[in-house]
Structure formats: structure tokens, C-alpha cells
Design a protein around this ligand. Structure first.
Ligand code: G1P
Length: 289
């Protein structure tokens, strides 16, 4: 079985749900406590043993490239002033040379199309997809949990979690096969953003995927689906008919930071765990509520 070495992170989206905050900065650089969103997602991937990150980027997203690069004046200034701890935190953001690739999604044709844009860089091997809106607070991280499952099962695995019945139209929703038991289970299908009355369950796809490269041929043939976009969910539904495909209910808490309330909750929840100021912040919250 080939290992999962690469992750595709689509970062071309406009962040419409968090405007105006994202009018002139990429939503992936919105800070959550003291780091941008993308930093959490990239680190979760490296923790899972991923060696190479493929960012599918777009217009106006150049600041993301800069985030993962050296900033020579800044670093030299911090060094000269002996601000070692800050310098270390800045240097920690830079992956090994050559461990990042960029490709561009030139038109906003949907998540499925964004993933397809990475086909040549991925080649003929299994790969992960991580959506940068979703921070998953888990130990080990959600992708590491999925890679551990993948090493036992092979095939394809997507992360799922329960959502409120009336919110199925915000997510891809899976249909478990028969009576599911345990956290890893097979599915009979999946559908993108169904109305609550049509949803096959309340198990939503959470933005972490391990996929086989055969998905690319299917993506190429996938017509526009929900929202008039080429949906990854539709191609996965087709792949499921030909290959082993599992849903995995990971351990951890997800925060949808592409949504204003979700982003606020992520900040509060992760600030309360931050080693430097969790105590002070908890004290502050008590005085404000
Ligand atoms: C995407 C996927 C959807 C998934 C969701 C998780 O939707 O298409 O299946 O449930 O991410 O956040 P989006 O939020 O990009 O509309």
C-alpha cells in the first residue's frame, strides 16, 4: 500500500461568509488566537506525516505564499534586537525547502475543480485533502487519526461528524451502510448540501479526506452540482461504487472558521487552551459575561 505523502489545500475561495474581514486579506490568513488559520491546517498535516503540501491558490492570495517564506528584514531586525522567542515563532512557520507547491485555480468552479487542479503535482498516489476553513482541535490531529486508520484499511477515508438536523444544507452528508458500529464505517452514498428533509443522515463531511488518485478522472467528468459548482462530493460518490470507501468519526472538536460565529468560537476555545494566556483570558471572560 502506498503511503499518504501529499496534501492538497484549496485556498482560492473568496471567504464570502466572513466579509468584510476578508475584503483585502485571504481568509486563510485570518488569525485564530496568534496564528493564521492556514498554519493550523498545515501543521496538522505535517503532524500526520505528510511530506508535501500543495496549495491550490488564486487571485489576491499572494500573502499566503509570503507567510511560508523567509522575511529577511524582519528576521534580521529581530535577531539584532535579540528578540529570540519572537524570531523562533516566525522561523517555525517556514516548511523545509521544496515541501510546498503552488498551483492556481484560475476560475471559481468549485471544490472538485480545485482538487482536480492539483492532479499533476499529486500524480499516481493516494493523497489527503484538508479544507483550510476547518480547524480541528484533536490529539492526535484528525488527519493523523485518519492516516492511522488508512494504514489498516487502504482505500478512501473521509472525516465526518454529527451536525444539527436543520443544518444539513451547509455540508456534504453521508449515508451509512446498514447499522453502523464504531467510528469507521462504510457508506452507501453521499450528497452535497441536501435540504434537511432529503438528507440521508446528520453525518457531515468535515473537511479532511484521504483519496485515491482515480478521483481525478472522475472529477474531470463530474458535471456541475449543488450551487452550480463541480463538487468533490459528487466525484467521491462515484468513486465509492468502484473502491473501498470509509467514513471516519474522528475524536476532536471542529471549528468552521469560514463562518463568523465559528471563527469567534474557535478563538475563544483555543485561547482558553493557550499555554501563555489561558488563565488570564478565562479570568477576563468571567468578568464580561
Ligand atoms: C465543503 C464541502 C462539503 C463539506 C464542507 C465542510 O463545502 O463541499 O462537503 O461538508 O466543505 O466544511 P463548503 O463549506 O466549501 O461550501
Amino acid at each position: 500500500m502506498k503511503p499518504v505523502r501529499k496534501v492538497v489545500i484549496p485556498v482560492a475561495g473568496h471567504g464570502t461568509r466572513v466579509l468584510p474581514a476578508t475584503k483585502s486579506i485571504p481568509k486563510e490568513l485570518l488569525p485564530v488566537v496568534d496564528r493564521p488559520l492556514i498554519d493550523y491546517v498545515v501543521n496538522e498535516a505535517f503532524e500526520a506525516g505528510i511530506e508535501h503540501v500543495v496549495l491550490v491558490t488564486g487571485r489576491g492570495k499572494g500573502a499566503i505564499d509570503d507567510y511560508f517564506d523567509h522575511a529577511f528584514e524582519l528576521e534580521a531586525g529581530l535577531e539584532a534586537k535579540k528578540k529570540t522567542a519572537i524570531l523562533d515563532s516566525v522561523l517555525k512557520t517556514i516548511p523545509t525547502a521544496g515541501a510546498l507547491s503552488y498551483t492556481r485555480q484560475q476560475r471559481p468552479l468549485g471544490l472538485g475543480h480545485a482538487v482536480w487542479c492539483a492532479r499533476d503535482i499529486i500524480g499516481n498516489e493516494p493523497f489527503a485533502v484538508s479544507l483550510p476553513d476547518v480547524i480541528i482541535d484533536g490529539t492526535p490531529g484528525a488527519l493523523a487519526q485518519m492516516v492511522a486508520e488508512y494504514e489498516k484499511t487502504g482505500g478512501n477515508i473521509i472525516a465526518v461528524e454529527e451536525v444539527a438536523k436543520n443544518e444539513t444544507n451547509k455540508y456534504g452528508i453521508v449515508a451509512p451502510k446498514g447499522d453502523r458500529s464504531g467510528s469507521l464505517f462504510e457508506m452507501s452514498g453521499m450528497v452535497e448540501k441536501p435540504a434537511p428533509a432529503e438528507a440521508p443522515s446528520n453525518l457531515a463531511i468535515t473537511g479532511r479526506y484521504i483519496l485515491q488518485p482515480e478521483i481525478f478522472d472522475l472529477l474531470e467528468k463530474t458535471p456541475c452540482g449543488a450551487g452550480g459548482e463541480i463538487q468533490l462530493t459528487d466525484a467521491m460518490d462515484a468513486l465509492m461504487k468502484a473502491q473501498p470507501f470509509f467514513a471516519y468519526e474522528y475524536e476532536g472538536v471542529s471549528h468552521d472558521c469560514g463562518d463568523k460565529l465559528g471563527w469567534l468560537k474557535a478563538n475563544v476555545s483555543l485561547a482558553l487552551k493557550h499555554p501563555e494566556f489561558s488563565k488570564a483570558f478565562a479570568g477576563f471572560l468571567k468578568t464580561t459575561s
